[in-house]
Design a protein around this ligand. Structure first.
Ligand code: FAD
Length: 408
């Protein structure tokens, strides 16, 4: 009977990055994903932006993880060959009274250590974003924000771990779990029983339900939907940076941004929904998004959308991430990674490595910090293949971006 060092439940961006870092640290890991494909729930419906944490509260676990992630993510992406671009974000004041807000956010950003954030007058703004609606009053330039292919990033983390010896089981749902007498967890799954010394619960929208299997009830998931519309890459010259509004206390608001494949996307909305499953796009919201896109960049009126998608955030009753180590039973929960999981992923995984180390678990293999570039064979709109492993393209940013009709 094989006993893994660590069992990671969930193959979204968080599970994949945790698997990547733990395997590199020498832990013998297995990742269990209930769906047929990795990256098929929250992580398949996001904006694919690396945020600096401009709206994350000072002192929060979220901000700490984002900052920690950003110190290493660029190097890791360069080594793995994940497409990304530092194109910055332009936070626009659309009303006179919002200009003061920009100064407040600039001050707050400086307190968070981002001294390069600065105010643009309306004329400076129109020089950098000539197609923006002329009613804009000014902006805050946040140069550190980036865009990436969030799907290729996640599967590259998972595949690199696999090449380093990690096991990945898909269509493998954890149904129940038990802490056995011999100091290991027995995870009862749809693929039989898996044994591991430590469990890391990265189950996203089911994070609270998986925690409950182990007897923990520290938070409840409150799903929050987001919807997007996608334009073809012919629109790409209409913006240079991600155009973001002033955030509210609950949402970053509707953004008009360009992907690494040059599609312009507008979204996401933020709606509390009763179901944890990924819903279909709604026509009324599509209209609202189209209106928002054309209000931001009027020339978008001349183009049709080529697609749309939705995502659901694993929000909870708390604003901050819910990351906890239950030391006595060697169970780590990485829950409620609401709206910045892609940005914070490698900070979260470093934090999880520290927590596993603090449990006194020594890696059963030698560490391997060497990161190899993955030379993927990409089937446009469909899949990425390497070393006989086929990863189905689940994220619309990758699907629309690599497929032929993305030019429309
Ligand atoms: C609309 C929207 C926009 C966003 N925009 C951004 C952005 O621009 N930048 C950013 O940084 N973040 C963004 N996010 C947030 C980011 O997408 C999330 O923080 C992240 O995807 C959460 O990842 P996860 O791995 O925790 O969850 P998931 O991706 O949901 O992964 C959890 C996995 O666990 C699996 N699972 C659950 N239960 C079990 C079980 N019992 N057994 C086995 N497997 C199980 C699920 O099938 C799932 O695949 C956005 C999110 C949304 C929805």
């Amino acid at each position: 009977m094989e006993i893994f060092d660590v069992g990671v439940i969930g193959g979204g961006v968080i599970g994949c990055s945790v698997l990547f870092d733990l395997t590199s640290a020498g832990y013998n890991c297995v990742l269990l994903e209930k769906n047929e494909h990795l990256v098929s729930e929250s992580s398949a419906g996001n904006s694919g932006m690396l945020h600096t944490g401009y709206d994350a509260p000072l002192g929060s676990v979220e901000l700490t993880c984002i900052k920690r992630s950003l110190t290493k993510i660029v190097k890791v992406f360069e080594k793995l060959g994940v497409p990304f671009r530092q194109n910055g974000s332009t936070m626009v004041a659309w009303e006179d009274h919002q200009v003061q807000e920009l100064f407040n956010i600039q001050e707050e950003s400086k307190r968070k250590g981002y001294s390069n954030v600065h105010i643009l007058t309306a004329s400076e703004l129109f020089q950098s974003e000539p197609y923006l609606n002329r009613s804009a009053k000014g902006a805050l330039w946040i140069p550190g924000e980036m865009i990436l292919d969030p799907w290729l990033a996640s599967i590259s983390f998972a595949h690199h771990a696999r090449l380093n010896g990690a096991k990945i089981r898909t269509s493998c749902e954890v149904l129940s779990c038990k802490r056995e007498l011999f100091d290991a967890w027995s995870l009862h799954t749809t693929h039989g029983d898996i044994h591991c010394r430590v469990v890391v619960n990265c189950a996203g929208l089911q994070g609270d339900l998986v925690d409950k299997m182990a007897g923990y009830q520290d938070f409840s998931i409150a799903p929050r939907k987001g919807q997007f519309i996608v334009f073809g890459s012919k629109t790409s010259n209409l913006i240079n940076s991600s155009i973001i509004p002033i955030p509210s206390t609950t949402s970053k608001g509707i953004i008009t941004f360009k992907t690494v494949y040059d599609n312009i996307i507008t979204g996401p909305t933020a709606e509390d929904v009763p179901s944890r499953s990924i819903p279909r796009p709604e026509p009324l919201i599509r209209e609202r998004l189209m209106e928002s896109a054309c209000n931001t960049v009027p020339s978008l009126m001349d183009y049709n959308i080529i697609g749309e998608y939705t995502g659901v955030r694993p929000a909870t009753q708390y604003k901050d991430y819910q990351i906890r180590s239950h030391q006595d039973r060697k169970w780590i929960t990485v829950g409620g990674i609401r709206s910045t999981g892609v940005s914070a992923c490698l900070g979260i995984s470093s934090h999880v490595c520290d927590l596993v180390h603090d449990l006194g678990l020594d890696p059963s293999r030698g560490p391997s910090s060497h990161i190899e570039r993955i030379n993927w064979t990409i089937l446009p709109g469909k899949a990425a293949i390497h070393d006989e492993c086929v990863y189905h393209m689940t994220h619309p940013i990758a699907k629309y971006g690599t497929s032929k009709n993305s030019m429309l």
